[in-house]
Each structure stands twice: as structure tokens, then as C-alpha cells.
Design a protein around this ligand. Structure first.
Ligand SMILES: NC(=O)c1ccc[n+]([C@@H]2O[C@H](COP(=O)([O-])OP(=O)(O)OC[C@H]3O[C@@H](n4cnc5c(N)ncnc54)[C@H](O)[C@@H]3O)[C@@H](O)[C@H]2O)c1
Length: 305
């Protein structure tokens, strides 16, 4: 695939597939940037919400888009801690049947290593494929929202160039001389030469965060066993300029850190990360400890009644 093959060299019509916690703000942002923005989700409620709160158009079919942004969930339906990409691959099969040559598929969901190349195969090498994972953080949407610095990789160089035109305005598309029509998302991107680096970047970032919290849990359990005050120890350690011990709180949760850490652990062909395997065990020990404390508190309350 040499050229972008976009309609008269421009990206106009965009579809966001998966309108959940992350997909909805993406759709909103894309629309605000002036693109003709459509949405799709398996949940009717998600589509209705996108129509209502952001005037996103409902897509009746996957044909005729310039760019397909995939933001569906990548965990098992009944277990948010376990990675699963069946839904994402199903969507790609649907796109493959309907999309025209040279359109772009941008995977913004978090995915296991090797997924982007698999997607390119399913699309019979007809569409450009890039991976642009997110660092979106619900509690700080202004500072850490859709348009913060992200990493991008393409299956081929032409995929990357086609997508850069959409995300940043770069991409050397000489067909487009009209500055007014050169819309882009204005998102700063760090380009990598191998799409697997983009895939691993996201899951290793979250594995790193997982480790930091697991260490806090470990230290907390150490304090409990040795009769020390964890808050006091933490406060004392954190007076050092290059240390920031986190709070263990309720254990490592949410639908990103545990799932992405497992994706990272499964991503190596041979050697598995020993330190992450241990961190998963620490989190289980910590949760067991929390649970037994809760049970003890309930028992004490019942006795004192
Ligand atoms: N929410 C975050 O803070 C965050 C941050 C970074 C990355 N991510 C990643 O983004 C992706 C989406 O996360 P989210 O938080 O928006 O999840 P979510 O569960 O809030 O939303 C996912 C949406 O995808 C839809 N969906 C699932 N399977 C589908 C299918 N086959 N076809 C169409 N729609 C489908 C669901 O109905 C849902 O509306 C995940 O891979 C997640 O790891 C999320």
C-alpha cells in the first residue's frame, strides 16, 4: 500500500467504535476538531448517550469511513482482570468486510503484543493500521485527557504517515494544498519504529504502576507483621527527594492496572517477569489481609451489640 488512498487526500469521516468511559470523550474531542463524527457500540445505551451528550451520529454500517478508531473493552466480559480481545477482532472482521482500500484503522484500546499485526492480516493488508494507546485518567481529564502526549506506531511506514496527518497534521500528503481543509486533532505524538513497541509501552507503563502499588502493599504487610505504623513509616520515607511510596488503599483495582499487567506478563515468548509474578501474589496477600480485617470488624461490632 503505497499512498494513503484517502478520498481526495483528506480525512473527513471518522467513526469511534466503543463509546464507553474513554470512547465517548474521544468522540467528543474528534467532533470538536471539526470532523464528521460517527459512533458505534454494542450497547444501545452507549450510542444513545453519545447522541445526547455530544451529538455523535449513529453509524448504521462500517462502510465509507476514512478512519476507524477502535476503543472497545479488552477484558473478559465477566472478569475485568483478565485480558481478552475477541470483541475487538470481531469488530475488525466487520470493518474488513465493509471498508474501502486505504482507510485507516487506529487501535486506541489497550492490546496485547502482536495484536496490531494480526489486525492488519484480518484486513488483508488493504487498510492502514496504527496503534495509539491512551494515558487518559478519569480524575484529571483536563491535564491527562485525550490530547496529552501519546505514543504511536504503524504496521508500515505508510500507515504511520497516513495516521500522523489525522493526529498531528504531519504526514507529507502532497494532495492537500488547502490549509482550511487540513484539519487534525493536534495531539502531540511520540513515534516509534516498531508497532510492538507501541503495544508494549502501554502495558509496561501500567505494569510499572502496578509494581509501585504492590511495593506499598508489601511494606504495609511488613509493618503489620512487625508491629510498626505504616503511615508513619511512609511519611518518613517520603521525605527523601527521589522516593514516593504510594498508599495501598483497597488493593490494585480498576479495569486497567491488573488487566494490563497480566497482558504484559503474557507478552513475553519465553521468560516471564519474576518481579511482576511476585507483585500479583503480594496484591492477593494484601487483599486477603484486608478482607480478614473487615470480617474481624464486623464480628467485633456484633459482639459489642
Ligand atoms: N478508561 C480508562 O481510564 C482507560 C485509559 C487508558 C486505556 N483504556 C483502554 O481503553 C479501552 C476501553 O476502555 P473503557 O474504559 O472505555 O471501557 P468501557 O468498558 O467503559 O467501554 C468500552 C465500550 O466498548 C463497548 N464494546 C465492547 N465490546 C464491543 C464490541 N465488540 N463492539 C462494539 N462495542 C463494544 C462496550 O459496550 C463499552 O461501551 C480498554 O482497552 C482500556 O484498557 C481505558
Amino acid at each position: 500500500m503505497e499512498n494513503f488512498l484517502l478520498r481526495d487526500g483528506r480525512i473527513k469521516k471518522v467513526i469511534i467504535i466503543g463509546l464507553g468511559q474513554l470512547g465517548l470523550p474521544i468522540a467528543k474531542y474528534v467532533k470538536e476538531k471539526g470532523f464528521d463524527t460517527y459512533g458505534y457500540d454494542i450497547e444501545q445505551k452507549a450510542i444513545e448517550r453519545a447522541e445526547k451528550v455530544a451529538s455523535i451520529k449513529r453509524a448504521d454500517s462500517f462502510s465509507d469511513f476514512d478512519i476507524y478508531i477502535i476503543c472497545v473493552s479488552t477484558h473478559m466480559p465477566d472478569d475485568i482482570f483478565t485480558p481478552q480481545i475477541d470483541g475487538l477482532l470481531y469488530i475488525v472482521e466487520e470493518i474488513s468486510r465493509k471498508a474501502r482500500n486505504g482507510a485507516i484503522v487506529s487501535i486506541e484500546s489497550t492490546i496485547p503484543r502482536g495484536t496490531s499485526k494480526k489486525v492488519f492480516e484480518i484486513l488483508n493488508h488493504r487498510l492502514h493500521v496504527v496503534h495509539v494507546p491512551h494515558r487518559w485518567y478519569a480524575l484529571e481529564e483536563i491535564e491527562h485527557g485525550v490530547n496529552q502526549l501519546r505514543v504511536i506506531g504503524g504496521v508500515h511506514d505508510c500507515c504511520l504517515r497516513a495516521a500522523l496527518q489525522f493526529y498531528t497534521g504531519d504526514g507529507n500528503n502532497s494532495n492537500n494544498n488547502n490549509a482550511n481543509e487540513n484539519r487534525n486533532l493536534g495531539i502531540p505524538l511520540h513515534t516509534v519504529s516498531d508497532i510492538e513497541i507501541a503495544e508494549i509501552t502501554k502495558i509496561a507503563e501500567n505494569a510499572h504502576r502496578y509494581l509501585q502499588i504492590a511495593f506499598a502493599e508489601d511494606l504495609y504487610l511488613y509493618c503489620k507483621t512487625n508491629n510498626l505504623s505504616f503511615p508513619e513509616l511512609r511519611e518518613a520515607i517520603n521525605t527523601k527527594w527521589n522516593v514516593n511510596i504510594l498508599e495501598p488503599r483497597d488493593g490494585i483495582g480498576g479495569h486497567c492496572l491488573p488487566k494490563d499487567t497480566r497482558m504484559f506478563l503474557q507478552s513475553s515468548k519465553s521468560i516471564k517477569s519474576k518481579i511482576l509474578t511476585a507483585a500479583l501474589e503480594v496484591d492477593q496477600d494484601y487483599r486477603r489481609h484486608r478482607q480478614s480485617r473487615v470480617e474481624l470488624e464486623v464480628l467485633c461490632k456484633d459482639i459489642s451489640k
